[in-house]
Structures are given as structure tokens and as C-alpha cells.
Design a protein around this ligand. Structure first.
Ligand code: ARG
Length: 422
């Protein structure tokens, strides 16, 4: 019997190949999906075969990832808990889908992945695989056997499994949209990440450019179509190169590190460190453009939608119908999100310094304090009176007065403070 295994080439999935073979007696078909992780894919294929895979698929999904996962994230300003641009979370449902496709082609409904039982990735894989292939059997050897990293290393040694010679200091997951660095001394929430944790973002003060730099991003219906001169098409072509360019450019100026405490789906809090120069700059630029072209009502409601969208994407519910409903709402808001935003970067900091759009709602004639104002100030008087009307009535009824040194005082006793005094 065949099993289709999502294979990254790392420790967990390499152990999984041999485990599925020797403990279950399966013929293992490995599937490596390129989402821009920058690995040597030929070496990964060779490793899979050396460990015992009977067949291997390498699938280049970079453009699909950029178009169908990263672009919706940009339109949604997708930042989980306000910080994490969801790189790993977005790639998992795509990878799960490819594994299901391979399983169908290989005539099996047995699927496998190398996730542990402590993280989010198991949730993303299992939920998406079951959504796409309801009758499937999912095997996750590391989780099922409750293996620790040391036990995995011991199993790999016993079985003579060759591992990549990369640094064992950190556990890395990276793709086009970001790089997650975990483990090692990063597990101590009190300790600052050492410089060797970073690959994409320049953190060495001696190497950071002394000058500031600009990066301009053009959007068409909420989709970035050019970063500086590097163009992309909404159909997907050029998006990979454009995002890679933004990662490189912003990273060089020290921009793009996230260090925060994150709530995993399984209830564990974890200290997470990311590099995501393109994601952070493009999302900030997109958000700023939206502020130029959307009404305050649209902006405020969209923020609620964005938060829900990010929670669904993070927690493995990419195929939950609500996510599709939210994406339809978001698509409708993007009709006028076209224009150009320029960011200024300097030694790790960045901010938007310029924005423009043919659909701008910003009217200098209305906003100006100088001569040439088109705004009739006398209209404001009545508006302000009505704006504060309810507050004024409430404070009169409750006898609120200001006393110097004591702040605001109510003469009427508060009902809540009377509770239980009776
Ligand atoms: N905490 C992030 C997430 O859940 C990053 C996870 C990185 N994954 C990994 N297998 N190392 O999306």
C-alpha cells in the first residue's frame, strides 16, 4: 500500500519516511512543494530516495502560492495577533492540497505529515486534508509516537538516516512570505535573539547602510503590481520576483523582524521570531493606501473582518466557508484600492512618507488650515452640539462635575457600587 507524505527534507519528515516504511510496511511517496523556501530541491529528492521513498514529486507552487494565498493576505492586511504575517500558515493548506492531489494520482487515501502534536501545522494539515478527502487516513508518526527531538535523532542514527548538515541551533520554516525561527535560546522569552538567528534582515550595525532608502509600491485593486521598478501581473506572473525583491531591499535596511508572544491553536503560548521584510512593508503600504481611499466606516468594519480572517488563516480553517465569505467582502472593498505608496527605510525602521490614488478621498481644500479652504466652518457649530448631546444629557442627569484634584465626580450613587451593600 502507498502513502503520500508531505516531505520537507528536514528531521521530522525524514524520520517519517523510514517510520512509515519499517513500522507500517508502506510504500512511501514523498511530495515536496516549492513555496519559495529556497532549498536545494534536487538534494531533497535524493535524500527522500536514499531514505527509502519509492517515488518522489517536486511541485513548483511558488506562483500559485503568491497569487492565491499571499495576495489575499495582503488584501486582508493579514497579521495574526497584529504581528505575524502568516507565512507558514498560508503555505500549509496549499501543501496539504498538493499531497491530496498526489494521493489521488497514486490511488491511495493514506496521507502523512511530519508535524508534532504541539504546533499549529498539524491542525492546518489535518483539517485541510480532511476537507479535500473526507475518507482519508492521516498518519503523523512524530505526533502519534509522541517522539521528542532527541528520540528522533536517536532513531535517525540507528537507522543510518543522513540529515542535512545545516545548523541545528534553530528550527526554521521559510517560504516566499517569511521565515520563522524557533527553538534553541529563542525559547527563553527573556533572551534577545542572537544575530545568527537572522538570514534575511541585516542586523549588523556595521553592515547597515548609513543612508536612508525609499521603496515605492503600486497597487491595483489592492494587489501590489510593482515594487520600485519590479513589476508583477495580477494573474500571478512576476509576483514571486517582486516579493523576493521587496524581501531583499527592505531586509538590507534592517527592516522586517517580528519578535512576539503568540497564541497557538492548541492553547500553548510561544515565543516567535520572524523575518518578513516584504510582508511587513507591503501590508503597511496597503493599509495606508486603504486609509486614503476607503471611508472611515469601511475602514473600521474591515478591521474586524481582517482580524477574523487572520484567525481563520492561522488556525487551519483556510477552507472554512466563512473565510471565503470574508474574502468576498474584502474583494468588494478593494475596488478603489489602486495607487502608489512610498516607504522610507532607515536602519531598521520604516514608515510611509507618500501616498496617492486617483480615488483618493483626501481633499486638501477641505483639510487645509490656510487660505483657500473650501470648508464652511460655521456649519460645524450645530454638528458639534448634536454630537455631544447624549453625553451632555447623561452627565446632567447624573450630576457630574469636575473638582480640582479629585477629577470627575458623580453626585448620584452608581448602581453597580450599591450591589451587595444591602
Ligand atoms: N508559529 C508559526 C505558525 O504557527 C510558525 C511555525 C513554524 N513552523 C514550523 N514547523 N517550524 O505559523
Amino acid at each position: 500500500m502507498r502513502v503520500a507524505l508531505a516531505y520537507s527534507g528536514g528531521l521530522d519528515t525524514s524520520v517519517a519516511i523510514r517510520w512509515l516504511q519499517v513500522r507500517y510496511g508502506y510504500d512511501v511517496v514523498t511530495v515536496t512543494v516549492d513555496v519559495g523556501q529556497g532549498d536545494d530541491l534536487k538534494a531533497i529528492e535524493d535524500r527522500a530516495r536514499a531514505i527509502g521513498a519509492v517515488k518522489h514529486y517536486t511541485i513548483d507552487a511558488r506562483e500559485e502560492f503568491a497569487r492565491d494565498y499571499v495576495m489575499p493576505c495582503i488584501r486582508a492586511n493579514g497579521l495574526y495577533e497584529g504581528k505575524y504575517p502568516l507565512a507558514t500558515a498560508l503555505a500549509r493548506p496549499l501543501i496539504a492540497g498538493k499531497v491530496v492531489e498526489v494521493a489521488r494520482r497514486e490511488g491511495t487515501s493514506i496521507l502523512a505529515h511530519g508535524c508534532t502534536g504541539k504546533g499549529n501545522d498539524q491542525v492546518r494539515f489535518d483539517v485541510t486534508m480532511r476537507a479535500l478527502m473526507p475518507n482519508c487516513t492521516i498518519i503523523a508518526p512524530i505526533r502519534d509516537m509522541n517522539m521528542t527531538r532527541d528520540e528522533e535523532l536517536e532513531f535517525a542514527r540507528q537507522e543510518g538516516i543522513e540529515l542535512a548538515a545545516e545548523s541545528k541551533r534553530y528550527s526554521i520554516d521559510q517560504n516566499l512570505w517569511g521565515r520563522a525561527i524557533e527553538g534553541g535560546d529563542l525559547e527563553d522569552a527573556e533572551s534577545e535573539p542572537k544575530a545568527d538567528a537572522f538570514r534575511w534582515v541585516n542586523v549588523d550595525p556595521a553592515l547597515l547602510p548609513d543612508d536612508s532608502a525609499y521603496m515605492s509600491i503600486e497597487f491595483d485593486h489592492g494587489i501590489p503590481v510593482a515594487v520600485d521598478g519590479v513589476k508583477a501581473h495580477p494573474s500571478g506572473s512576476g509576483m514571486v520576483e517582486m516579493i523576493e525583491y521587496a524581501n531583499e531591499r527592505a531586509g538590507r535596511y534592517g527592516v522586517g523582524i517580528v519578535d512576539h508572544i503568540e497564541d497557538r491553536v492548541v492553547g500553548i503560548k510561544s515565543r516567535e521570531v520572524y523575518e518578513a521584510p516584504a510582508a511587513l512593508t507591503i501590508i503597511e503600504a496597503h493599509r495606508e493606501l486603504e486609509k486614503l481611499v476607503l471611508t472611515s466606516h469601511q475602514l473600521r468594519f474591515k478591521q474586524i473582518v481582517e482580524q477574523q480572517w487572520s484567525i481563520l488563516a492561522y488556525s487551519g480553517l483556510w477552507l472554512e466557508p466563512l473565510r471565503l465569505d470574508l474574502d468576498r467582502f474584502i474583494a468588494s472593498t478593494q475596488e478603489y484600492v489602486s495607487g502608489k505608496v512610498t516607504l522610507k527605510m532607515y536602519k531598521g525602521s520604516f514608515r510611509v512618507v507618500s501616498r496617492s490614488s486617483p480615488y483618493s478621498l483626501y481633499d486638501e481644500g477641505l483639510a487645509t488650515y490656510t487660505k483657500g479652504s473650501t470648508f464652511d466652518q460655521s456649519l460645524a457649530r450645530g454638528f458639534v452640539e448634536l454630537w455631544g448631546l447624549q453625553s451632555m444629557v447623561a452627565n446632567r442627569v447624573r450630576g457630574v462635575a469636575y473638582e480640582s484634584g479629585a477629577g470627575m465626580q458623580e453626585s448620584m450613587p452608581r448602581r453597580v457600587s450599591m450591589h451587595g451593600q444591602g
